[in-house]
Every structure is written in structure tokens, then in C-alpha cells.
Design a protein around this ligand. Structure first.
Ligand code: GH3
Ligand code: MG
Ligand code: MG
Length: 343
């Protein structure tokens, strides 16, 4: 197991011990104390709350844990511990099971109610294996038995924190994976995500014998809008249009920014006729919206053209569906724009 060493870092406010293993990844202090609150908090040394009604045990834990580089708080009963959990974030509670008033098991339950992410290690008497089992059933991360052994304390805590770190990293990876599916400007699915989702939706439609429709939308004369008002105004229009599309589609329609000023909507379980209604509804919603700057645009309004293709009537796979919808969009453009055309 990797041991967490510590370093002292002066932040101007206080001295903070930083686990040295975080520096091995090439991170520097400006990263750690930078703008990423989420990452920063998680990378500081673990915050541990020790709860026991015996002062001598609290002192022992404080000494052992602080020497390991952890930040330690103590409480001499369950009530005090709960107050502390309510007011500050802890990674770990280390609690005696037998205490007057709120005992360790109740603290475990109530602590998890306040902060479901918190890990709890229960300290039991030598002979009370049943209570240890009960604690584990209630969601304790682990348990320690009295008489306490310093080395075992260190190992159990380090193991629990390591598991916690693995879970945090996995969660963060999932978060960034999510981000990589989204278009940064609009928050809609990006081009790649659209292709992945369409592939999955076509497969699902095939399995269940449903239709799925693909709508390609493109803003008419957007270059003119950009040339007149500038790129930032164009960006603002794209964002405004995003809100409008979200408000006009159904909950389970999948909206993507296909690229530039082109959007697409995957409408699951939607026939061609229903997709045409959706396309027309979207066009009308855009046409009616009083976007700023519309006055200088053709016919004094912002409009979109829409091309539609439906599985299985127009195409039998994702690639062909995209081509067919694109061709329909091209026809909507070449036949005068502000139109909905089908494959
Ligand atoms: P059409 O009616 O044929 O679609 O004409 P159009 O002017 O909309 O199409 P064209 O393909 O000629 O021009 C697209 C314009 O979209 C040009 C480009 O500057 C603009 N554009 C693409 N992506 C962005 C973006 O992210 N932000 C802004 N502001 N403009 C963008
Ligand atoms: Mg355009
Ligand atoms: Mg275009």
C-alpha cells in the first residue's frame, strides 16, 4: 500500500499539509489551489472525525493520525459529532460503538443521512463481533476492535481512504466522459455523440419494430447574420436557438449540435408523418421568435430549413439515414429555405 507522506504548503492563510502522492502525478501547487474547487477539496489530506467518550482514546487517535498527515477533529459524544458533521465536510468518521446517548450505530445512520458520501469506521469491544456485523450491514466501511493496535488503525484507515479515492477518480472520469459527449457552447450532444446515439436508436428501433426519425436543421443565411452583427452575436443566437429547440422537442428526443449552425434531432419511436409535424413545429417556433437582429435578415426574421429521414422507410442503417436527411435538407435549402422536406 502506498503511504501518504506530507509536505507543508504556505497559502498565506494557513499551513496546509498536502499529501505528497498527489505531487507525483505532475500536479503543481497552482493546480491544487487553483479554480477547481471540486478537485482541490478532494486532493487535500483526508479530514477525519474521531468520536469517543474516553479522552485518552481521542488523544491516541489524534497523535497517530496527525503523524500520518491527516487532519483530525474530535468529539466526545454522538451529539457533538452530529453537529460537526452538519457544519463541515469529513471524509471519515471513526467512532466508538459504546457511548452514552447517541451510540456508534446511531451516529453511523444519522451521519450517512446528513452526508451519504461519508465513510464510517466503527470501533467495537474485543468480544462484540455481532455488533461489528451489524455496523457493516448498516453501511460501515470497516471496523476496528479494542484493544487498539496503532499499525492496524493506520492500515484500515489508509485502505478505506484509498477505496474512497478510487471511487472519486471513477466518478470524475465519468464526469469528464459526459463532458466529452457534449458541445461546449450549447451543452447539447456533439457530433460524435449524435452518431453514437443514432446507431443505438436505430438498433433499438430494429429490435422493437419501431420507427426512428432523424431531423437535420440548419439556420438560413446565418453567414449574413454573423457578417452583420459579428461572431459573438452569432454565438448568442445559437444559444438562444438551443433553448428554443429544447423547449419544443419532447423529453426523449435527442438534440445535438451537428456542427456550426446545423442541429439535429433524433426522434425515437416517431414515424415520418409525426417527424414532419415536429419539423414544422420547430420551424414555426423559430420563425415566430423575436430574435434580436432579425430586422436586417431576409423577410425580417430568423428561419431554419429542415430535412427529415425515417428508419426503416427511408434507410436501413445510421449512415444511410444521415445521408437521406442531409439530402432532404439540401432540397429544403435549394427550394427556397424556411421549409421542411422529407427524404
Ligand atoms: P444557408 O441558408 O444556405 O444555410 O446559408 P448560411 O449563411 O447559413 O450557410 P453558410 O454555410 O454559407 O454559412 C454558415 C455560417 O455559420 C458561416 C459561419 O461563420 C457560421 N458559423 C458556423 N459556426 C459558428 C459558430 O460557432 N458561431 C458563429 N457565430 N457562427 C458560426
Ligand atoms: Mg445555414
Ligand atoms: Mg450550414
Amino acid at each position: 500500500m502506498k503511504k501518504l507522506g506530507t509536505r507543508e504548503v504556505t497559502t498565506g492563510r494557513e499551513n496546509i499539509s498536502v499529501a505528497s502522492n498527489m505531487l507525483a502525478t505532475g500536479d503543481n501547487y497552482s493546480n491544487i489551489f487553483g479554480t477547481h474547487d471540486k478537485v482541490e477539496l478532494a486532493r487535500l489530506p483526508a479530514r477525519i472525525l474521531v468520536v469517543d467518550d474516553e479522552e485518552i482514546i481521542l488523544d491516541l487517535f489524534r497523535e497517530v493520525l496527525e503523524a500520518e498527515g491527516y487532519r483530525v477533529w474530535t468529539a466526545c459524544n454522538g451529539e457533538e459529532a452530529i453537529e460537526k458533521v452538519k457544519t463541515m465536510p469529513f471524509d471519515l468518521i471513526l467512532s466508538d460503538i459504546k457511548m452514552p446517548g447517541i451510540d456508534g450505530l446511531e451516529l453511523l445512520e444519522r451521519g450517512k443521512e446528513i452526508d451519504p458520501e461519508i465513510d464510517v469506521i466503527i470501533i467495537t469491544g474485543y468480544a462484540s463481533v455481532e455488533t461489528a456485523v451489524k455496523a457493516m450491514r448498516l453501511g460501515a466501511a470497516d471496523y476496528l476492535t479494542k484493544p487498539l493496535n496503532n499499525e492496524l488503525i493506520k492500515i484500515i484507515i489508509a485502505k478505506t481512504l484509498e477505496k474512497r479515492e478510487v471511487q472519486r477518480v471513477a466518478k470524475e472520469a465519468q464526469y469528464y466522459k459526459e463532458l466529452s459527449r457534449l458541445d461546449s457552447m450549447t451543452g447539447l450532444f456533439n457530433h460524435q455523440a449524435l452518431h453514437n446515439l443514432l446507431e443505438a436508436e436505430v438498433a433499438r428501433a430494429e429490435r422493437h419494430g419501431h420507427s426512428v426519425s432523424l431531423l437535420m436543421l440548419d439556420i438560413d443565411h446565418f453567414k449574413q447574420y454573423n457578417d452583420t452583427y459579428g461572431h459573438p452575436a452569432g454565438d448568442a443566437l445559437l444559444k438562444e436557438l438551443t433553448g428554443l429547440l429544447k423547449g419544443s422537442c419532447r423529453f426523449y428526443d435527442l438534440i445535438a449540435r451537428y456542427g456550426g449552425e446545423e442541429f439535429s434531432v433524433i426522434a425515437p419511436e416517431t414515424s415520418k408523418a409525426e417527424a414532419v409535424l415536429l419539423g414544422k413545429r420547430l420551424s414555426e417556433a423559430v420563425e415566430k421568435t423575436r430574435f434580436s437582429g432579425r430586422g436586417t435578415m431576409p423577410k425580417s426574421r430568423i428561419t431554419i430549413s429542415v430535412g427529415i429521414a425515417t428508419y426503416p422507410v427511408d434507410a436501413h442503417n445510421k449512415e444511410a439515414l444521415v445521408i437521406k436527411a442531409d439530402q432532404a435538407l439540401y432540397r429544403a435549402k435549394s427550394s427556397g429555405r424556411n421549409k421542411t422536406c422529407v427524404a
